[in-house]
Write a protein that binds this ligand. Structure first.
Ligand SMILES: Nc1ncnc2c1ncn2[C@@H]1O[C@H](COP(=O)(O)OP(=O)(O)OP(=O)(O)O)[C@@H](O)[C@H]1O
Ligand SMILES: Nc1ccn([C@@H]2O[C@H](COP(=O)(O)O)[C@@H](O)[C@H]2O)c(=O)n1
Length: 720
């Protein structure tokens, strides 16, 4: 193994005298780090066993060497599965016998035998990305360049008593004191003639376990490992090329772990680090019909849950509401529209317009008719509207609860839309056939870019509780009164997109209605206004949450910020009505922001007055910063260099004797940035929060939520 190779590997070299705990502690450390474990003493013991078995003269170096060269050796590196084989004999137990222990030092004194075994040990080390190796010459001869080198020791009396206790545990008998001395003290004296393992060599850290119990010793060794790694990581220059090389090595080592097929897909292109591949946009199905024919019940039936708004009043679904749906393994987006009425007025007219808009961006339309009522004039008007749109139409004849009613469905052939599929949205009857028919019409992916338009001006949702100044701000930004502004909370009930020129570019603002204090208490139009906030967020890329500076930050404000956060959009906080602030209130406001909005302390904040236009120019840089972060893609090599440094300096705490390691990280998507970490164990939520915080400190990400996902993967077993 070259020096360079050693530096790339996590090699933990441990030596020390007999009974110091090298084997038992090294095994525990390997388990904690999910690393391999090599007991080099077992290799010398195996040679000793061979000599005894073949009656070779242990004093004759040539004879031992010849026997050694002719034999087939194998040793397990799994800390939970000790196994030593020579010429297909499993000798794991046999090498611990008194006979073997008595001759092993003599054999270990032959320099050519040592050279042979040292080379074999270095080859084994090279095969493992992370390995703990123990034996008397490991820090000095076998792995002198290992990043972590430890001399584990304890005073002689302690070592003797530990070995004695071990013999009692193994044999249920008190050990013969003479034999004990021979196995510990005398053996060390013999071994010391060939190797120095009582005193730490340069750069080797001594862990004295005389006053430590077993667990404390393991902890002490792990602490040295972490400290040493942190020092070596600090020395590493994070140049791009070496970052990339390191990431390549880490990625290769991931191959030692059980990866799922989806992991392989995710990791396939990590080196490209170019533009993110655009997501496949599932096809969209708009569900349309006149009021109260059971559209939402049918949507719920298809979704398999109670999600769409259902109320037994005509036209209760006032807005478009979209849901991710799936049938027979195919994903699609279902849009539940409000009831469509001809010549509708007021809010009903807006609802009908919304339904038409939904049809415009849909790939197919599910037209729902109440078969018990039959085709009405309104249904026929819907048909005319749909024909104009030239979209595939699937006709659902609803309220057919049993087969006696099926003739009522057949009557709908008259609409001229082909087969009417009889369904009972309430009971689920017929929905499978209906969905099969829908699947035949839907393309693999949306031809219309889904519900959220891509490209064009960047989309901003202005949200906040009622009367917080959304409309005033939009008017100020747009330079004219474009939406009705009223002092009455909740005046603006419908989303209105405005194209506004700001800072040399065009922005699309989606104004929304305020969110009422408690959604479940809200009724009618106000309730739908709150749903629209959600819709606006769905359609936006960045949310500006307005907060009134002159009022105490309320639970409702916090909920709206949370809504924006959950939507995964970029975020800007606009503290409005700054002109109404006095010194007293300002102090309280700062404290409220610190306390109640600390979970979004990464969001750019602008203090504005929508009424006077004060600081409105500050909004554009804040929006740009947030969107830039939202779009950001961190190269995999940089991410892994960052993770390596971070973990070395601040390792994950040991949990149940294990220390989860991060094997590899990659950013799987942007908008917002999502990272996946492959790990050997579950990372505590606080540790993940810590990583997120550090990611922000190091790379910015101001104004965007960040997601960190984890994939705990196990090492492949030896037999794979
Ligand atoms: N810190 C400790 N406190 C108490 N017992 C310990 C401690 N460390 C190790 N032991 C126990 O001491 C015994 C000897 O440990 P171990 O066999 O690991 O030593 P070793 O250094 O590998 O010895 P050798 O070089 O002879 O193989 C074991 O029973 C082990 O469980
Ligand atoms: N790196 C090593 C490891 C062991 N030996 C010799 O083998 C003997 C048995 O070792 P245990 O750790 O299993 O007790 C030991 O006494 C040494 O003679 C070695 O030389 N170098």
């Amino acid at each position: 193994m070259t020096e360079e190779n050693l530096a790339e590997h996590l090699v933990i070299a441990i030596d020390g005298p007999s009974g110091s705990g090298k084997s038992s502690v090294s095994k525990a450390v390997a388990r904690a780090l999910d690393a391999a474990y090599l007991d080099t003493g077992a290799m010398y013991r195996a040679v000793a066993w061979l000599c005894l078995d073949q009656e070779l003269d242990t004093a004759n170096e040539e004879a031992v060497l010849e026997g050694l060269r002719d034999a087939e050796f194998s040793i397990s590196t799994d800390p939970d599965d000790e196994a030593v084989e020579v010429n297909s004999n499993l000798i794991t137990e046999a090498i611990r016998s008194t006979e073997v222990t008595s001759v092993v030092s003599e054999i270990a004194a032959h320099l050519q035998v040592r050279a042979f075994l040292v080379q074999a040990q270095q080859e084994i080390i090279a095969e493992h990305p992370a390995i703990v190796v123990e034996g008397r010459d490991i820090t000095t001869v076998v792995a002198p360049d290992a990043p972590v080198r430890i001399l584990l020791t304890a005073d002689e009396a302690t070592r003797m008593s530990r070995r004695g206790l071990q013999i009692v545990e193994q044999t249920d008998q008190l050990p013969d004191q003479e034999l004990l001395r021979e196995q510990v003290k005398d053996r060390d004296a013999k071994d010391a003639q060939v190797n120095e393992f009582m005193v730490a060599a340069d750069g080797v850290v001594t862990v004295d376990s005389t006053d430590l119990n077993f667990e404390e010793t393991v902890e002490a060794v792990l602490a040295v490992v972490n400290e040493q790694l942190s020092n070596s990581a600090q020395r590493v220059e994070l140049e791009d090329e070496s970052d990339h090389k390191r990431a390549q090595i880490l990625r290769e080592h991931l191959g030692d772990y059980e990866l799922e097929p989806e992991d392989e897909v995710l990791l396939a292109d990590w080196e490209d680090d170019l533009e993110l591949v655009p997501e496949k946009i599932p096809p969209v199905l708009a569900v349309v019909g006149r009021p109260n024919v059971g559209k939402s019940t049918l949507v719920n039936r298809i979704l398999g849950r109670r999600e769409a708004v259902v109320e037994d009043v005509p036209g209760v679904t006032r807005d478009r509401v979209s849901y991710p749906a799936e049938w027979n393994g195919r994903e699609f987006t279902m849009v539940d529209t409000g009831g469509w009425e001809q010549d509708a007025k007021g809010i009903h007219r807006r609802v009908a317009e919304q339904a038409e808009m939904a049809v415009d961006v849909a790939d197919a339309v599910l037209f729902v008719v109440d078969a018990t009522v039959g085709a009405t004039a309104t249904d026929e008007a819907v048909v005319r509207m749909l024909r104009r749109k030239k979209k595939p139409i699937i006709l659902a004849a609803n309220k057919i609860d049993d087969f006696h009613q099926e003739p009522e469905a057949a009557a709908l052939w008259g609409l001229g839309l082909g087969t009417p599929y009889p369904v009972s949205a309430i009971h689920g009857r017929g929905t499978a056939d209906l969905l099969d028919a829908v699947m035949e019409e839907l393309p693999e992916q949306s031809a219309y870019g889904g519900l959220v338009p891509t490209g064009g001006p960047r989309r901003v949702a202005l949200i906040g509780r009622p009367n917080v100044g959304k409309s005033s701000l939009l008017n100020k930004l747009a330079g004219e009164e474009r939406v009705v502004v009223d002092d009455i909370a909740g005046t603006t009930r419908d989303p209105v997109d405005e194209l506004v020129e700001l800072g040399d570019q065009t922005w699309r603002f989606v104004d929304t209605a305020g969110i009422r204090r408690r959604q479940h208490m809200a009724h009618g139009a106000e309730y739908y206004a709150s749903l629209r906030t959600q819709t606006a967020l769905d359609r936006a890329e960045v949310a500006v949450v307005l907060i009134a500076a002159d009022q105490v930050i309320s639970e409702q404000d916090v909920r709206i910020v949370q809504l924006a956060l959950d939507s995964g959009r970029a975020l800007v906080l606009a503290i409005n009505k700054w002109d109404l602030l006095d010194d007293e209130r300002r102090k309280f406001l700062e404290r409220e922001i610190e306390q109640d909005l600390s979970f979004v302390d990464w969001a750019p904040r602008v203090n504005i007055s929508a009424a006077t236009g004060w600081h409105k120019d500050k909004l554009v840089p804040a929006l740009e910063t947030a969107l830039e972060s939202w779009d950001k893609r961190l190269p995999t090599a940089k991410l892994n260099a960052f993770l390596g440094e971070l973990v070395a300096a601040h390792p994950h705490p040991v949990r149940g004797g294990k220390q989860p390691r991060i094997l590899f990280g990659t950013q799987v998507s942007a908008r917002p940035p999502k990272f996946v970490l492959f790990t050997t164990g579950f990372l505590d939520p606080q540790y993940r929060r810590f990583i997120t915080r550090r990611l922000r400190e190091t790379f910015g990400f101001k104004g965007t939520p960040i997601e960190i996902g984890m994939r705990v993967r196990e090492r492949r077993s030896r037999n794979d």
